[in-house]
Design a protein around this ligand. Structure first.
Ligand SMILES: [Zn+2]
Length: 389
């Protein structure tokens, strides 16, 4: 009897295999049926102009398989571009949750999901996902860029600085530039408390990560000036000229003040003359002409100004030239006409933006360290050309 039972074992195994295969077939068939129902329901919604419902059904019908992964990403990106973030999130979450997705696609899905959260303004969730992406090969630099953007928006400077090791490792110039500006933000806070040592330490770190950060030198000059260290402040202003000639125009008056305190105006004007010759800047020209006026008289100053305007005409330069004429003919009748001309030029210049962003072209009358439009650091600089410098 027992032997008979043993003889039945292969039969039982065969039956089990047969039934199992049938159940897989049945499962496949029922899944196919489900999918065809979802497709046909989706199409029905589409035909009856109910696009929202149609898209939801079609997303569900699109099964995640190796050959449909790209279609999922393309669909989700399309949703995001159209501002339909809930749908983009749904597709990317669907991919992230999928157990058998290859590692490369999974990493891509995590990164794209983080971008969805960021677009939706869900910074906490975006931050978590981007931190995950930091470990994914090929996504380190992009994830760092987005994380720095998040910390910039939330003014979480310390969190950004905590990424310094990864940023240095990335060797990305833009990221290093952002990192330097995060240090400058903390230095600005320390400057308000007049914490001399802390300001200098923070700014040295900023310059260590980005030696071209003219903002760091600008802040350093400020703290030195506050503490009557005019020689050090003057050095910072000279460094700004080496770092960024466009931005330098904004510090000419402050630099002049330092040299006045040091009783070294001749040295200052020699430097300004060099700046004018190298850049053609109107601010440097006006400053240098005031020196000629003081040392050689108004006729020589006017001659110099006229020659400079012929070489490179600017509206600000012309306004200064008219002012020089007014001073000369103060007692005579034409004075009134000239005053009207300067008023007109002033009114014209007032409506013109003084600064523009070198990255996105955003125009403004106020200077910002981070562009309000594209959020790039230190790209807002004085306008050049006829209506500017
Ligand atoms: Zn910009």
């Amino acid at each position: 009897m027992l032997e008979l039972l043993f003889l039945l074992l292969p039969v039982a195994a065969g039956y089990g295999w047969f039934m199992g295969r049938n159940s897989v077939k049945q499962k496949d068939q029922s899944e196919k049926q489900d999918l065809s129902i979802k497709y046909s329901t989706g199409l029905n919604y589409l035909l009856s102009n109910q696009q929202d419902k149609a898209i939801d059904h079609l997303i569900e019908a699109l099964k995640v398989e190796n050959d449909t992964v790209e279609a999922h990403f393309a669909l989700a990106n399309l949703f995001r571009r159209r501002g339909e973030l809930d749908r983009a999130l749904k597709v990317h979450e669907h991919l992230v949750r999928h157990a058998n997705l290859p590692n490369k696609e999974k990493q891509q899905a995590v990164f794209e999901l983080a971008k969805d959260f960021l677009s939706a303004g869900l910074y906490d969730r975006a931050e978590k996902m981007f931190i995950k992406s930091l470990k994914s090969k090929g996504y380190e630099c992009k994830a760092l860029t987005y994380l720095m953007q998040i910390y910039q928006s939330t003014k979480d400077w310390q969190q950004g600085i905590a990424l310094k090791k990864a940023i240095v490792k990335s060797k990305d110039k833009k990221l290093l530039h952002s990192l330097a500006n995060f240090y400058c933000e903390l230095a600005t806070q320390a400057l308000e408390k007049d914490d001399f040592i802390q300001v200098l330490e923070l700014l040295e770190s900023a310059l260590n990560y980005d030696k071209n950060s003219c903002r760091a030198n600008w802040l350093m000059a400020k703290i030195y000036e506050n503490h009557q260290q005019f020689n050090e402040a003057a050095t910072c202003y000279r460094d700004i000229y080496k770092q960024d000639r466009d931005f330098f125009q904004d510090v000419i008056d402050k630099m002049h003040f330092c040299y006045q305190q040091l009783s070294a105006e001749d040295e200052f004007f020699a430097f300004i003359k060099k700046v004018y010759e190298e850049t053609g800047s109107t601010s440097a020209l006006i400053k240098y002409v005031s020196f000629i006026e003081d040392t050689k008289g108004s006729i020589k100053a006017k001659e110099y100004m006229l020659m400079a305007l012929k070489k490179r005409p600017t509206i600000r330069g012309f306004k200064h030239f008219v002012k020089m004429q007014i001073n000369e003919v103060e007692q005579d009748a034409p004075h009134e006409n000239l005053a009207v001309i300067t008023e007109l030029i002033s009114a014209y210049l007032q409506v013109k933006p003084r600064y523009s962003c070198r990255t996105c072209g955003f125009n403004t009358s106020t200077h910002y360290w981070a562009c309000p439009s594209c959020h790039d650091w230190e790209q807002i600089k004085p306008v050049r050309g006829l209506e500017g410098e």
